[in-house]
Ligand binder design. Structure first.
Ligand code: NAD
Length: 498
């Protein structure tokens, strides 16, 4: 099977064609496992955004808007097949770009991208309106129509999986899309775009423009023909987008950051809670670069010391740091140099604030003493799994999103205190609760201020279940039928019967 990626650079995807950026500028994308550039992607600007939005607008008012929904569903199904055919190549591109372990991308991310397309194919031709009984003089009915052109902006940590949830829903609802990947990891999204056209989508329905957030992202946000921006990223960027989208009154949906509590009670099944706390989200493949990372580990004081020792043993036994493309690797590097420096600075900050490193706190080559590949990995952005003990919730390391493999363990003494600490954050994305007590589990599900609560589990995410945040973790939902409404507008029709 022919590969999708050829040569050492990949252009934008606009109107069914691979095109160079209009300004001729390219950005280098660095392989974080080795710290070297591996591909160039467009450093585009507003000209490319104008081109892509015009193509999307033309496609929308061309054949796409009037295409029977069942045909649209068939195209989404065909896209699933096309993506499935190239899954390994897409996974490899993504892992090279952002350092996620290949084994995880092949077993998790790519199969879920395929399933999301199938899920949304199933929904595309089940979009129904309603009739409303008004009285004998009027016939009233409601249509759920697409918005038109939707801009989708995604981050670098899991580009394809995050993209697929939004794109699947947007296309199923009948919109055309312009996608803006993160400048640090754009290659997998630039590549996957061709799969939609290969599956038979009319040209211009799916477009990708790569470039800096402040340039390409901003042009998309301000564009008068873009009716909605669905963005996953940081809370700071979402604030900026909100301001700049105001003049054109765009709809907005945001999936943002978190500082999620993972709460372990004394009655928890420790056989589950130890791996749950150690490998779920923070010390896994993406090296804690996941929005739902359980980065505040709240542990009942009576088991605090023992629990942290068990977590340390588990991490030592199960986490293997290494090149993302090595299938033995269970935890990859930090995705790019600036983020690596940020994580390092937070580890330093934690020490200064008075937390104590229980384990970890090693960087780069320090992690590879005695390993054969030490020389090759010396330039990589590696941080060992790091746990702070004796942390308190007022420390900045407990309040700010670090987005790296760093967890702060905070002791608590009773349920009320656990709940108060858990909710004492401006974020509200996710939370975990480990207990055998059913009443306690239900109380915490009810009272935790978070968009997702896992009981005796962590980081379960599925395309059929709504996903999104409370408070400053965002609004709007990805996944599940609920998210479809976010890509539609409602029209009420009145027919006079008098
Ligand atoms: P970021 O906010 O810096 O960038 C996200 C995207 O926004 C990128 O494509 C970027 O180019 C673009 N962007 C930046 N400035 C822009 C502007 N002015 N206008 C338009 N677009 C702009 O975030 P990041 O550092 O790439 O990603 C990490 C963040 O994403 C973390 O906060 C993490 O928690 C969050 N995240 C959330 C979820 C979720 O589902 N809730 C999932 C993954 C990551």
């Amino acid at each position: 099977m022919a590969g999708l990626l050829h040569g050492d650079r990949i252009g934008n995807w606009i109107d069914g064609r691979r095109v160079d950026p209009a300004n001729g500028e390219w950005l280098e994308s660095v392989d974080p496992s080795v710290g070297k550039a591996w591909i160039r992607v467009p450093g585009g600007d507003a000209q490319d955004v104008d081109h892509a939005v015009a193509a999307a607008k033309a496609a929308f008012s061309g054949s796409w808007r009037s295409m029977p929904a069942t045909q649209r569903a068939g195209l989404l199904r065909a896209a699933a097949v096309e993506i499935g055919k190239h899954a390994e190549e897409l996974a490899t591109i993504e892992c090279r770009d952002n350092g996620k372990p290949l084994a995880e991308a092949i077993a998790g991310d790519l199969p879920s991208v395929v399933e999301m397309m199938n899920y949304w194919a199933g929904a595309a031709d089940k979009i129904h309106g309603e009739t409303i009984e008004i009285g004998p003089t009027s016939h009233n009915f409601v249509r759920h129509e697409p918005l038109g052109v939707v801009g989708i902006i995604v981050p670098w940590n899991s580009p394809l999986a995050i993209l697929a949830a939004k794109v699947g829903a947007a296309l199923a609802a009948g919109n055309c899309v312009v996608l803006k990947p993160a400048e640090q990891a754009a290659a997998s999204i630039l590549t996957i775009a061709a799969c939609f056209d290969a599956a038979g989508f009319p040209h211009g329905v799916v477009n990708v423009v790569s470039g800096l957030g402040e340039v390409v992202g901003d042009a998309l946000v301000r564009h008068p023909d873009v009716r909605k921006i669905a963005m996953t990223g940081s809370t700071e960027t979402a604030r900026r987008i909100s301001e700049r989208a105001a003049p054109t009154l765009k709809q907005l949906a945001f999936e943002l950051g978190g500082k999620s509590p993972n709460i372990v009670f004394a009655d928890a099944d420790l056989e589950l809670a130890v791996p749950g706390a150690s490998t779920s989200a923070v010390f896994t493949g993406g090296a804690g670069q996941t929005c739902v990372a359980g980065s505040r580990l709240l542990v009942h004081a009576s088991i605090y010391d023992d629990f942290l020792e068990r977590v340390e043993r588990h991490v030592a036994m199960h986490v293997r740091l290494g090149n993302a493309l090595d299938r033995q690797t269970t935890m990859g590097p930090i995705a790019f140099a600036a983020q690596y420096e940020k994580v390092k600075s937070y580890v330093e900050l934690g020490r200064k604030e008075g937390a104590e490193i229980a384990f970890g706190g090693r960087f780069g080559p320090e992690n590879f003493d005695g390993r054969e590949e030490a020389e090759a990995l010396a330039g990589g952005y590696f941080v060992s799994p790091t746990l702070f003990r004796g942390a308190t919730n007022d420390m900045r390391v407990c309040r700010e999103e670090i987005f790296g493999p760093v967890t702060c363990a905070i002791p608590f003494h009773d349920d009320d205190e656990a709940l108060a600490i858990a909710n004492d954050t401006h974020y509200g994305l996710a939370a975990g609760v480990w207990t055998r007590d059913l009443k306690r589990a239900h109380r915490f599900v009810r009272d935790l201020e978070a968009g997702a609560v896992w009981v005796n589990a962590y980081r379960r995410i599925h395309w059929a279940a709504p996903f999104g945040g409370y408070k400053e973790s965002g609004y709007g939902r990805d996944s599940g039928l609920e998210s479809l409404r976010g890509y539609q507008q409602t029209k009420t029709a009145w027919i006079d019967l008098s």
